[in-house]
Design a protein. Structure first.
Length: 363
């Protein structure tokens, strides 16, 4: 999850003017609001334009959950858009598993095949740095997203976990009036994401001495979160709000099982959580890491390959929904499983997808 930088790259042919006309207003809408620097001091980079169309490869590590599957499907759907397809000579997506050595071999094969850009969801923040250096030496652009790498030879595209945790906490403070008991359902102990989100919540709640917090670990899993929430409720504490990193469907079901009113809940973006909020109308803020980061990373790569100036580290907007803004078929999907991850679009970037467009893609 570290945010790093990229080197200026390889010289290439200049056919950017013709290609820019093919990009389409929809695919690159509101670039000033979409491809934004991670911080005020983030450096801008620019390569000489290459002649397209381009060969793009997606190197994914773990593929064993719904988020990863949707991420690959969205990448494929994006490259098939009529305004993007003319820029793509070929697109391949492969998943290596979570072994660093397997992903290194995967990337080496991509280098040998002569791709123009590698879109990377890394098995390790540091373990792939040497092979990324090799890619850069071969003139290949690397755009790292979600689980990003630390080498300054890769552009990074990600969402801010601290900001996510802070927005959740601000919502809980607003809904509770800054007082009462707040249940904090944390993620997996020791992980960067859990620590960053919790650090933000602690910073916010620490400014409100009338808020008392109880922390439990739900491991971002519905079953685990439901069990530990039920245990917390059995203690007799009345919780006025919930700050939850994941497993939110299970959190809501624990309150239901206990026969209690559901308090305001700020949490992740599982389909089940949002379906329950729509049905039961409890105050809810839902923010989730978007699987559409893969499409945004391809968008960034195409911009760079065409000689456009972009930030070395890109901050992606946080996709949010509240009980009042939920729309069936857009923010949640009644016909799909609770496990489906809902923030499939990044509207400010023109990255709007439907569940049907995603699910028809084979992984």
């Amino acid at each position: 999850m570290q945010r790093r930088q990229f080197i200026q790259g390889l010289a290439g042919g200049v056919a950017a003017t013709a290609l820019s006309g093919l990009m389409g207003r929809q695919a690159f809408a509101a670039m000033g609001e979409c491809i934004v620097p991670w911080a005020s001091d983030t450096k801008m980079i620019q390569r000489e334009a290459k002649e397209g169309p381009f060969r793009i490869a997606l190197s994914n590590s773990y593929i064993g959950n719904t988020w990863r599957t949707e991420m690959v499907q969205i990448a494929k759907a994006y490259t098939e858009r009529p305004e993007v397809k003319p820029l793509i000579a070929s697109f391949q997506a492969t998943s290596s598993g979570n072994e660093v050595s397997a992903q290194i071999a995967q990337i080496n094969q991509m280098i040998l095949s002569g791709v123009d850009a590698i879109i990377l969801n890394a098995a390790s923040p540091t373990g792939l740095n040497s092979v990324i250096d090799q890619a850069a030496d071969a003139g290949i652009l690397v755009v790292s997203f979600d689980n990003v790498v630390t080498t300054d030879k890769a552009v990074t595209v990600n969402q801010d976990q601290y900001a996510m945790g802070k927005q959740w906490a601000d919502f809980v403070v607003e809904k509770t009036g800054g007082k009462g008991n707040v249940l904090m359902v944390r993620g997996v102990a020791g992980t960067f994401v859990d620590q960053e989100r919790t650090r933000a919540a602690t910073d916010v709640f620490g400014q409100h001495p009338d808020i008392e917090t109880t922390e439990i670990y739900g491991n971002w899993d519905d079953g685990t979160a439901q069990k530990v929430t039920a245990n917390a409720l059995a203690s007799g504490t009345k919780f006025d709000g919930v700050w939850s990193q994941g497993g939110d469907t299970g959190v809501v079901r624990a309150f239901q099982q206990a026969g209690l009113d559901i308090p305001p809940i700020a949490g992740e973006a599982e389909n089940g959580f949002r379906k329950l909020a729509s049905e039961l109308k409890f105050p809810m803020l839902s923010i989730g890491q978007s699987p559409a980061l893969s499409a945004l990373s391809i968008m960034v790569a195409l911009e760079i390959l065409q000689g456009k100036e972009v930030p070395q580290s890109v901050s992606a907007p946080l996709p949010t929904a509240t009980t009042d803004t939920l729309k069936s078929g857009v923010d949640f999907f009644p016909e799909l499983p609770d496990s489906f991850f809902t923030p499939i679009s990044i509207p400010v970037c023109g990255l709007d997808f439907t569940a049907e467009q995603i699910l028809k893609q084979k992984v």
